[in-house]
Design a binder for this molecule. Sequence first.
Ligand code: GLN
Length: 516
Amino acid sequence: MSAPSSTTTGTDWTRRTAAELADALAAGEVTSVELTQAHLDRIAAVDGAVHAFLHVDAEGALAQAAASDERRAHGQLASPLDGVPIAVKDVLATQGLPTTCGSKILEGWVPPYDATVVVRLRAAGLPILGKTNMDEFAMGSSTEHSAYGPTHNPWDLDRIPGGSGGGSAAAVAAFEAPLAIGTDTGGSIRQPGAVTGTVGVKPTYGGVSRFGLVALANSLDQAGPVTRTVLDSALLHEIIGGHDPLDSTSVDQPLPALVDAARQGAAGDLTGLRVGVVTELGGDGYQPGVLARFQESLDLLVKAGAEIVEVSCPSFVHAMAAYYLILPAEASSNLAKFDAMRYGLRVLPEHIDNPSAEDVMRATRDAGFGDEVKRRIILGTYALSSGYYDAYYGQAQKVRTLISRDFEAAFEKADVLVSPTAPTTAFKLGEKLDDPIAMYLNDLATIPANLAGVPGISVPSGLAEEDGLPAGFQILAPALADDRLYRVGAALEAALAAQWGGPLLDQAPALEGASA
Ligand code: GLN
């Protein structure tokens, strides 16, 4: 599919992209068992420092890899990525494998069924290496709200890997997995992608099934690919995407040709494409080095033939406020099901003889939920309570409509919209933990897409000059036009790679010397 990167050394399979691994499997240079083992070895070598995984399933992954090798021997491939291993965010139900959502309240819960995304991964023959760390119930931008301890950024182990899907992004950035699945409710695929130098895609709402995805906010959640290249995301998106009768919000339409779009984009010709720079997603509050990389990427798009237009989306300035009413409202009602009766943890209250069901629920939810989850339950129940509903939740829904209209108007002037993915590079662990608003601001540029249901990708745009850490370039497209993300993303990636002389992640210093 594409040539191995210049730094690929001999048989270090963990350094290859998924497309390269698929080629190597097809050429008979390696077996799925060998390359799955190589990734398991890499996990054993570095995950003590990175902590990207909550559960590693060596036995299961190797059994799936052996089955893939068996299929290949009989010429019966299940998909273009058959035999290429993957990591899955711990918010997707996996039959027989723990699913905790990064919460103590689900400690030890093993689902009796697979999420549709997982069903599709298994059917496509991708061995599942394990489950990745995340902020509790996907609430956060740093993975520090995980009940099982934070994940560390492979670029600098003292820094956050983004969130909530920091585990998936770090696993891919640290070469522990060539591919991962994330979920994005307000930016949890794209922002971790930006701060770890990986590619992350939030598909069109309804484009990937939510069945078996433990809901944070049903009207915002989307699962999607986390990879090292745009092409790899397209390959994975084609496997997990498409209609699912088990999800009532699933779009009943064929996916656009995503892999074709990525290949076409990589050829580098964007003649005639209108790229809209969103005035409200830049400027104040954005780190100078992040803005510099953004501008440089824009210049490269112009060189490839694109035309830049300025677009204004005035309602976007209210997106964060609307999101932090709608999300807690949905989350507080979703989390009501963790009542100590059905799943996971059950705590008996001390000093109460014959406790009632309510006593047990109270003690369990007090011990089982972390501070951020409790904060959002309080916010959500308040926003939904009678007398306040119209003033808060109702208003937020109106803002949501205005944001969708802003997108519609902007997409009349531009084929794609662009911005920096996150306002800053990775900050230090602990730096924003006690300041929820500072934490929420990380998603300034990603949240509008979730509110409107449109797709977005984050592509690494280089290193910020002031700290040498990765920044991300966000591309947004109209609903159902996910192919545009891949076309433009691949064109930008190719132009940047020509400047860097190789993959950005080869410059990540933190794990140098750590090898499998
Ligand atoms: N960081 C955002 C939040 O805390 C987004 C979370 C997400 O996308 N899951 O809500």
